[in-house]
Structure formats: C-alpha cells, structure tokens
Design a protein around this ligand. Structure first.
Ligand code: KIV
Ligand code: NA
Length: 275
C-alpha cells in the first residue's frame, strides 16, 4: 500500500506514479493485480458506467456505492474517491459531513476535490479532521458549464499565473497530491517543479509526477469518442462484442451448451406422465 511518505519519495526520485480509475469490484481487482500505485473512483463514473452526459448528476450515494465495491476489490491499493458535484460547496458543515460519510463508509485512503479559492478552507478542515485530500485543477469537469466546455486551461498568461497560485494554495491547505487535467505541458511542468506534493496529470504532459487515465478509455470499453490525451492499450469493444456474437451464434445453432456444461440424472427418476 502506497503511503504519504512513499509518494513524496517517488517524486524526489523521479519514479512515476501510475493511477487508473475503477468503478466496481472487477475493474479494481484488475487494476490492483496489474500493479498500479493508486486507484481513483472518479465521478467520471457518471459518464463511463452510468451513461449520463456529464459528472453533474452524480450523487454522494453513487460515490459510496461504487467506492465500496472498488475498495472490496483492491484491499492492498491506495484508493481515492471523488467528492461529487456540489457536495462540498453548500456549507463547510455539509461538506465535512459528506466527506466523513464517503471516507468512513468506503474505507478509501483519500478523497479528491476540484478547485481552489473557496474550496481551500474546506481542504484545510478535512485534512485537519484526518482525511487526506487530493486536489484537482485545470479542467474541472464539475464546472464544465462555467468553463464553457471541455477545453485546455491555463494557456494565457493570466490564467497560467492563477493556476500556479491555486496549485501552491492547494498544497498549503494540506493536499497530499494534485491532479492537473488538460493543462499545457509547459505549465504542468512548472507547477510540478514548484510543488512538493506529486502532480498527477491527465492531458498535462510527461513532466507530471504521475499519470491518471480512465479505465474504460485505456481499454476502449464502451466509449465512443476518446479525448486527444488518451492512449488506448486494449480494444474491449471489439473483444467483448466478438465474444457476445459468438455466444449468440452458438445459442442459435445449438452448439452451446455442450454435455460438459450440462447436469444429468437417472431417467428412471423422472416423474411419470399419466394418461
Ligand atoms: O473522475 C475522474 O475520472 C477524474 C480523473 C479524470 C482525474 O477526476
Ligand atoms: Na473526477
């Protein structure tokens, strides 16, 4: 199991952190068996496994439901669970109660929050309460409609300066790591260099201390459109569709099931048919 200290050591030694999302028991088991350092139960589950068109409909209960399954599947891996849309904005008290529920009920290792500004005291209070927090800056999908779409963040001088200041403030508030999403590689490199905590990039170039990708994107599993920053390592759509197609065919032809898939009995024990 990854520790806070090991994370910082990895950054110092330039050992990259590999993180992947998982949303259920089998994906968590596979991620753990493959040997990732960190698993993220991302609120991307809203799109990837629940079929919503953004992360906005995802609830605290959704995150707990999926988070528990992932932790059951990956008992030896560092699991981070996203706090979903507006669950850490209404009041500090509500935010802490939601964080406490997600953290206690899932038994995950850390929670992740998007943003800086008004979120900084929230990160500080959660950390003070004993919940390790991962920050998330750049493209923050819960704010997609404020940002005006899924696009690269921090390209202009002013926005770049703001992002650097936000990253430093997130670190000062006690965050243990920072996700940078859709940030130009030059800015991500500068932020990575300026921070003591590791940066985990997604669409943020190779200089980040680690990388995170969505499980279903890596596997090309059930996704239609892949963002520019994704590399696909398998083709689950093809493999899985092919498997189901062969199953259908064998059901229709009677090639499945075979004797080996079948139970038998002594025919003399069959009920007598009267008349
Ligand atoms: O929800 C998610 O999958 C994420 C990653 C893209 C960082 O937040
Ligand atoms: Na997320």
């Amino acid at each position: 199991m990854l520790t806070r200290k090991r994370m910082l050591d990895m950054k110092k030694n330039n050992e990259k952190i590999a993180m992947v999302t998982a949303y259920d028991y089998p994906s968590a088991k596979i991620a753990e068996q493959a040997g990732v350092e960190m698993i993220l139960v991302g609120d991307s589950l809203g799109m990837v496994v629940l079929g919503y068109d953004s992360t906005i409909p995802v609830t605290v209960d959704d995150m707990i439901h999926h988070g528990k399954a992932v932790v059951r599947g990956a008992q030896g891996t560092y699991v981070v669970v996203d706090m979903p849309f507006m669950s850490y904005h209404i009041s500090l008290e509500d935010s802490l109660k939601n964080a406490m529920r997600i953290y206690q009920e899932t038994q995950a290792q850390a929670l992740k929050l998007e943003g800086a500004g008004g979120i900084l005291p929230t990160i500080e209070r959660m950390t003070e309460g004993g919940i390790p927090i991962v920050g998330h800056l750049g493209l923050t999908p819960q704010s997609v409609n404020v940002l005006g779409g899924y696009k690269v963040q921090g390209k202009q001088k002013e926005a770049a300066e703001q992002l650097l200041q936000d990253a430093l403030a997130v670190e000062r508030s006690g965050a243990i790591a920072l996700v940078l999403e859709c940030v130009p590689k030059e800015l991500a490199a500068l932020v990575t260099e300026q921070l003591t905590i590791p940066t985990i990039g997604i669409g943020a170039g190779a200089s980040c201390d680690g990388q995170v990708l969505v499980y279903h994107d890596i596997m090309n599993y059930g996704v239609n459109r892949l963002p520019k920053f994704v590399r696909t390592y398998e083709d689950a759509n093809r493999t899985f569709t092919g498997g189901i197609e062969r199953y259908i065919k064998e059901v229709k032809t009677g090639d499945f099931p075979k004797e080996s898939h079948t139970f038998t009995m002594d025919p003399s024990s069959l009920p007598d048919i009267k008349g």
